[in-house]
Design a binder for this molecule. Structure first.
Ligand code: ATP
Length: 303
């Protein structure tokens, strides 16, 4: 059973004040984009194997990706096995293309892939919303990786409402080989905001309007991420990348989520290609790729 799962960019990420429990309420607008991991789940050949789950990673840089309980895919498998009293060992193979610790929810996408694959493999017959609820127990980005498309996320990002979005958007993604830790970025965000009055997070209405009318120019101007100053503070090179992309005519540029991926919005595919060439030849980014959005969430592609 192979499930294809998309990465995401946050078109907006509004972060509320630090809560007593250490979390932040957020209001975010997710868009699933066409960078995919493939998650393959198969019954293990050795049915009497002690370990229920074996995780294999195929990636250019597999280092730093855990294959035990540290992997969100493992936690998702454990949750599904406990909840539905499954006990046949499985092999999980992840073809990784979504950048690791890149602010594109790669780990969450893999957890989403495992939930959808186990549902199909064991014929559990779960609805999409039931799978999203299970995903929320693993991490706040997992429900969106199942849902895909464009959606508003509130709470910690796990409470989803589909957003009306017209048209297809062309993205250019500047990828970094060194990831950024999400908790470290939130900590830096709190440090930068010390002494400031922070209001409750809200979805930006002009952005929603731009999406509803399929107006890429207006969307580009409305992109907004409260974690961007923190990501740029920890990784100052991101500012340079943002400047270069905007100088070369991007409609908008934003650090995705906790970074360090920088997403630029282009007018169309030709413009995106020009931007890729310009960013690559500028020498400030090593790896630049094109993507389109919105795309569907976790989908079975092979049984
Ligand atoms: P988000 O955008 O949701 O904050 P991210 O895309 O920045 O997340 P991930 O790629 O999900 O970050 O990985 C963050 C860390 O989580 C990694 O450094 C790694 O140690 C761990 N991790 C756990 N599961 C996975 C997985 N399936 N793939 C990659 N990293 C994983």
């Amino acid at each position: 059973m192979t499930v294809r799962v998309p990465g995401k960019v946050n078109l907006q990420l509004s972060v509320g004040p630090l809560r007593e429990d250490g979390y932040h309420d957020i209001a975010t607008l997710f868009q699933a984009v066409s960078i995919f991991d493939d998650v393959r789940v198969a019954l293990a050949e050795d049915r009497d194997r002690q370990d229920l789950f074996a995780i294999m990673i195929n990636a250019d840089h597999p280092h730093g990706i855990p294959t035990d309980k540290g992997n969100l895919a493992y936690l998702a498998a454990e949750l599904m096995f406990n909840r539905f009293q499954l006990d046949t060992p499985i092999d999980i193979t992840i073809e990784k293309r979504i950048p690791v610790a890149g602010g594109m929810a790669g780990g969450s996408a893999n957890a989403a892939g495992v939930i959808v694959a186990i549902d199909s493999l064991f014929s559990l017959g779960l609805s999409k919303s039931e799978m999203e609820e299970l995903g929320a127990e693993i991490g706040s980005d997992v429900p969106f990786s199942i849902a895909g498309g464009t959606a508003v996320g509130t709470g910690r990002g796990e409470q989803l409402t589909p957003a009306l979005a017209r048209g297809e958007y062309s993205w250019v993604l500047a990828l970094s080989s060194n990831g950024l830790s999400t908790p470290a970025i939130y900590k830096e965000c709190d440090r930068l905001r010390e002494g400031m009055e922070i209001s409750a997070p809200q979805v930006n209405e002009s952005l929603m309007h731009a999406l509803r009318s399929g107006d890429a120019k207006a969307l580009g101007k409305s992109l907004q991420n409260d974690l961007q100053p923190a990501a740029c503070s920890i990784r100052p090179a991101l500012r340079l990348i943002l400047d270069v992309g905007m100088d070369y005519g991007a409609l908008g540029g934003i650090v995705s989520g906790s970074g360090p991926t920088v997403a630029f919005l282009a007018e169309d595919e030709d413009h995106a290609l020009d931007l890729v060439v310009a960013l690559t030849s500028s020498g400030v980014v090593g790896n630049v790729v094109r993507a389109t959005g919105p795309v569907v969430g976790a989908t079975v592609i092979d049984r």
